[in-house]
Ligand binder design. Structure first.
Ligand code: NAD
Length: 296
């Protein structure tokens, strides 16, 4: 699954002299492109603060940024990218189509507006944010995404919050599997049915809310604190490492520079099989977000 020999270029030492201590492996996608396995999410980052926050993330060493039209902060992401001086080809940028833009022409128009706000010539990954089944427009939207990819202005196309039946319908009707499915995934909510279907169809799983959005006491559980002590790492690093060893793409968010660095420093240790199994055993269908069949 890891693209052999491919590594994301590391950042220069940051403003405060903190060098990027590691490099992020890339995951091979089913369309020939690859994605840095760890990125930076900007959900609930205040639009007024986004340029500073994403600028800090880029200086810390992140090269993969995950935003969405509905977050209202694509402009800030774009400004941070423009002022960073980092060559475009070293960056991986994802945004998402909101539910009310689903449809054949409306999705194509929304794509152009997102690209404008980001100030980019092309996007690395464009996602349908939710299936929104009551609208029944995700199939025609996917057909538009396929045409956008053919135009070359987006390299990879995927979905978010799709369950196995939604994925199955796309594949059955178009023969084009999404490159990724970005779903809520953390130790309390692992979505095994979706993950298994995705794996069988070469769709990579991207975990949103990888730390459970701080809504669960994950960092106090012995299954997490024991390996943290054993490897001299923080509980958050252990949870992120669990994701990486499961093969997930992961996009933790923090406004704080020290946590950005902490969340990136997860490539210099390895959890044992027993430690992995104990964390996997925490599953309890503890969803923090909406149910994809009910959110429209
Ligand atoms: P997350 O699990 O990344 O949790 C973020 C919160 O965890 C932070 O606000 C902070 O309070 C805490 N945190 C972060 N690093 C920490 C550390 N080292 N130690 C202690 N606490 C720490 O949740 P998220 O932001 O919702 O998810 C990550 C990204 O996924 C988002 O920013 C967004 O890009 C994406 N996302 C996508 C969807 C979707 O529907 N596709 C939904 C939600 C989020």
């Amino acid at each position: 699954m890891i693209a052999d020999g491919e590594r994301s270029p590391c950042g220069d030492p940051g403003r405060d002299g903190m060098a990027d201590m590691t490099s992020v492996p890339r995951i091979q996608l089913n369309d020939g492109h690859s994605i840095p396995q760890l990125g930076f999410g900007v959900f609930q980052v205040d639009p007024a603060e986004t340029e500073r926050v994403v600028g800090d993330a880029l200086e810390t060493g992140y090269r993969h940024i995950d935003t969405a039209r509905i977050y209202g902060n694509e402009e800030g992401v774009g400004r941070a990218i423009a002022t960073s001086g980092i060559p475009r080809e070293e960056l991986f940028v994802t945004t998402k189509l909101w539910n009310d833009d689903q449809g054949t022409q409306s999705a194509a128009d929304a794509f152009e507006r997102s690209l404008d706000r980001l100030g980019l010539e092309y996007l690395d990954l464009y996602l349908i944010h939710w299936p929104a089944p009551a609208r029944d427009r995700y199939l025609e939207t996917w057909e538009t995404f396929i045409r956008l990819r053919e135009s070359g202005r987006v390299r990879s196309i995927g979905v978010s919050n799709f369950l196995a039946p939604h994925l199955e319908r796309l594949i059955r009707e178009t023969d084009v599997p999404p490159a990724v499915d970005q779903i809520e995934l953390h130790p309390y909510h692992q979505q095994p049915a979706t993950a298994e279907y995705a794996e069988a169809n070469e769709i990579r799983i991207e975990a949103w809310g990888p730390l459970g959005q701080g809504k669960y006491p994950l960092f106090e559980l012995p299954e997490v604190t024991a390996p943290a002590d054993a490897h001299d790492k923080t509980p958050a690093q252990v949870v992120l490492r669990w994701h990486l060893q499961r093969g997930h793409i992961v996009i933790p968010k923090s406004n704080r520079r020290e946590r950005m660095a902490e969340n990136l420093a997860v490539f210099d240790f390895e959890l044992t099989d027993d430690e992995m199994a104990a964390i996997t055993g925490l599953e309890r269908e503890g969803r923090v977000g909406s149910h994809p069949d009910e959110f429209n």
